[in-house]
Design a protein around this ligand. Structure first.
Ligand SMILES: NC(=O)c1ccc[n+]([C@@H]2O[C@H](COP(=O)([O-])OP(=O)(O)OC[C@H]3O[C@@H](n4cnc5c(N)ncnc54)[C@H](O)[C@@H]3O)[C@@H](O)[C@H]2O)c1
Ligand SMILES: [Zn+2]
Length: 353
């Protein structure tokens, strides 16, 4: 049985996120009703293409679509303006029209850069996310954020550009290496800390693959709720940045050698220990969060100094003026936004290291 969750977006009725095993091979059934054009460009990376491109293509062709494919080298290093430019040129060379559509098939890197391309090709064409990593299933494919990294930092270019449909096939996780799965687990634990006991206790047990369907459903429901309340991240949606201020700093300082999920795990651990020092979180809650991260094989510390992390975080885009908004956990299911002057950031991070 498929699960369908609606994500409200803009003034429209929003878009469905459909979760079901085997859906990649039947994606056209869900896409034909929302794509009126003839042609579909499937954008993916060099790891995902040999695994899932054929079944997606076959389904789309059975429904009468003409399919063109664009494959770029896998990895965060491809999430840049050069790949964006190559995708746009590819779409134009293949005469994709405004009524045609794009499918982003892959992890968060594919979703972010292909979604960005959909948002700016001919001032915006329809598109769908078909996430294939746990991270993309539970987080990046939902909510309409698209992005490219700039030399100055991650996600510094991008659009809010919601898809017409998100199709999640948990079967795709079967080919995912444990190391990549654990990146998604970091976002699951983050979401569990925000959402509450139900999800957190599922994640903390550590057997993520067995509980993947339930975990994905709960994460998507939580994200849909937050995005419905604050689509453009003016307030409540900032909660989703739990662990990300320090996490992005770790990612940037490592030259992206530390993956997004692993960096988020480190960021979550540091900000939770910092919250204890600020008197906002109990030792027990902190110990539970650290234990959950470790049980899932995630790191909880970094060798970067508080100075380096604060400097990197301050040059990050999520800063407004002279202050920075941190997300502090107080309990499971209880996090608060905490606005602090940038000059105090180093002092907050240091005891969290
Ligand atoms: N837009 C958002 O709201 C949002 C939210 C969170 C993260 N992100 C972004 O997502 C990105 C990270 O995403 P990610 O962790 O999915 O990374 P990724 O897309 O690089 O995928 C990780 C690796 O797994 C491979 N892969 C993908 N699916 C596979 C499968 N089913 N089987 C085997 N291998 C597979 C990929 O080729 C890649 O090598 C970051 O750039 C981050 O900034 C965006
Ligand atoms: Zn993230």
């Amino acid at each position: 049985m498929n699960v369908e969750i609606n994500v409200p977006a803009g003034s429209s009725r929003g878009y469905p996120v459909t979760i079901g095993r085997g859906l990649t091979g039947n994606c056209a059934e869900l896409l034909a009703p929302v794509f009126s054009g003839k042609k579909i460009a499937v954008i993916t990376d060099s790891n995902v293409a040999p695994l899932y491109m054929e079944r997606v293509r076959a389904s789309l062709e059975r429904a009468g679509f003409i399919v063109i494919e664009y494959v770029f080298p896998a990895g965060e290093g491809s999430k840049n303006l050069s790949t964006l430019s190559d995708i746009l040129e590819f779409l134009a060379d293949n005469r994709l029209s405004r009524s045609d559509a794009l499918v982003a098939l892959g992890g968060g890197v594919v979703g972010d850069i292909a979604g960005f391309a959909a948002g700016c090709y001919m001032r915006g064409i329809k598109y769908s996310q078909i996430p294939t990593t746990l991270l993309a299933c539970v987080d990046s494919s939902v909510g309409g954020k698209t992005a490219a990294d700039l030399r100055a930092g991650k996600n510094l270019a991008g659009l809010f550009y919601p898809p017409q449909a998100v199709i999640i096939d948990p079967d795709c996780l079967s080919t995912l290496p444990d190391e990549v799965l654990s990146d998604g687990v970091a976002e699951v634990i983050k979401t569990g800390i925000l959402d509450g006991e139900d999800l957190f206790s599922l994640a903390e047990r550590g057997n993520i693959r067995e509980n993947a369907d339930e975990i994905i459903k709960k994460c998507v429901m939580y994200k849909a709720k937050i995005v419905a309340a604050d689509e453009f991240e003016r307030g409540e949606r900032k909660l989703l940045n739990l662990g990300h201020t320090v996490g992005h700093a770790v990612e940037t300082l490592s030259g992206y050698k530390v993956s997004h999920g692993h960096a988020v795990a480190i960021g979550t651990a540091i900000i939770t220990r910092a919250a204890v020092k600020l008197g906002r979180c109990s030792d027990e809650v902190c110990a539970r969060i650290l234990a959950a991260l470790r049980a899932c094989g995630l790191p909880t510390a970094t060798d970067f100094s508080a100075d380096a992390l604060a400097d990197a975080a301050i040059s990050d885009k999520k800063r407004s003026g002279d202050s920075i908004t941190l997300v502090l956990p107080r309990g499971i299911g209880d996090c608060k936004l905490f606005e602090t002057p940038v000059e105090e950031l180093r002092g907050i991070i240091k005891p969290g290291l």
